[in-house]
Design a protein around this ligand. Structure first.
Ligand code: GDP
Length: 366
């Protein structure tokens, strides 16, 4: 599944948030076979009211929502790229993830020590960012060295990769993340195997005082984080680790009341999961049969046969047509069948580009 790594300075609330994420027993999470792969990795369901609706009207034997894997990457501290603390081992962990959730402390609490003395979102972000940048620079330099010989012998790929890496190195040396190097899709492809940390999409999470949760803009620390995120073309989401941890302990009924008392419509973690999913450029389509209702994730722009291939390679190979009903029509007419009777089901061929929310049945030759 999609993997998100949770990073941030020590004591900002990473573990609290990770635990709340993986232990929350919202309705969606309940019907996902939650698995703990290891204490620092948890799989959670992507909350999606469309999925819940389909399950409700179809009443299938089983239902499987889209899953996202979260990895708690503790141990990233100042000096990590230099091998301090548990250093580089953790950086290697991050190389494997698709996206990074960067947790930043925005709450004041005298009882919780701040590693650098004061709560300061901007400099906190910069400390973590610098470690990622230094680690990347190390990788890039090593690779450039290795490519020298091949480059001299005129190896085309080596020449191409070196050219991109030299630009990246320049950006990194200026203290900027590789994502600021203005790389094209082709450039990114050429250096993909390096899995550069500072090239990964980032979502910032401001762990704020629970009293300000309903009005995060009243927190100067959160406003500072929003500015930091904006400068990076990223989003900042307010969250209270403390509150999310409490929500995780409640029954669904208690949860509703608790949230409405706080002036919230859903747990902050739901938004985090959805935003993380969107950050990766994914869209969702559904299959909704009586045996199983399932949500699938594909990359935006994929065609019907490619989508079929995420279910099974045989379905892609034998693809004939896709019966497509937009979820909005299913909802409008109440059921898939009624939507179809109203002429809302379309037959689509091999060229069809899948749309978010398509409810699909694939016809295929065995
Ligand atoms: P990590 O080192 O980033 O994983 O941080 P932890 O999740 O272990 O949290 C560090 C300390 O901060 C713990 O004592 C938590 O109880 C506390 N903490 C976490 N989130 C909040 C919060 O939203 N508000 C307050 N006041 N304390 C929090």
């Amino acid at each position: 599944p999609l993997q998100c790594g949770i990073v941030g300075l020590p004591n900002v609330g990473k573990s609290t948030i990770f635990n709340a994420l993986t232990k929350s027993h919202s309705a969606e999470a309940q019907n996902y076979p939650f698995c703990t792969i290891d204490p620092n990795v948890g799989v959670v369901a992507v909350p999606d009211p469309r999925f819940d609706y389909l399950v409700k009207i179809v009443e299938p034997k089983s239902s499987v929502p889209v899953a996202v894997e979260f990895v708690d990457i503790a141990g990233l501290v100042k000096g990590a790229s230099q091998g301090e603390g548990l250093g580089n081992k953790f950086l290697d962990h991050i190389r494997k993830v698709n996206a990074i959730l960067h947790v930043v402390r925005c709450f004041q609490d005298e009882n919780v020590t701040h590693v650098s003395g004061a709560v300061s979102p901007k400099s906190d972000v910069e400390i973590i960012e610098l470690e990622l940048i230094l680690s990347d620079l190390d990788q890039v330099d090593k690779r450039l060295q290795n490519l020298l010989k091949k480059k001299k012998s005129g190896d085309k790929e080596a020449v191409e990769q070196s050219a991109v890496l030299e630009r990246v190195a320049e950006t990194l040396k200026a203290g900027k993340p590789a994502s600021a190097a203005g790389l094209s899709a082709d450039d990114r492809e050429a250096i993909k195997d390096l899995a550069l940390l500072s090239l990964k999409p980032v979502l910032f999470i401001g762990n704020i005082d629970e009293k300000l949760l309903a009005h995060p803009e009243e927190s100067p620390e959160f406003r500072e984080l929003q500015q930091v995120a904006k400068e990076r073309g990223a989003e900042a989401i307010p969250l209270s680790g403390k509150i999310e941890a409490e929500i995780g302990q409640l029954s669904p009924e208690e949860e509703k009341e608790f949230l409405s008392d706080l002036g919230l419509s859903e747990p902050g973690l739901n938004r985090v999961i959805r935003e993380a999913y969107g950050l990766l450029g994914y869209i969702t389509f559904f299959t909704a049969g009586e045996v199983e209702v399932r949500a699938w994730n594909i990359v935006k722009g994929e065609t019907a046969p490619q989508a079929a291939g995420t279910i099974h390679s045989d379905i892609e190979r034998g693809f004939i047509r896709a019966e497509v009903t937009p979820f909005s029509a299913v909802e409008e007419y109440g059921t898939q069948k009624k939507a179809q009777e109203a002429g809302k089901m379309r037959l689509e061929g091999k060229e069809y580009v899948m749309q978010d929310g398509d409810v699909v049945y694939f016809r295929f030759n065995v």
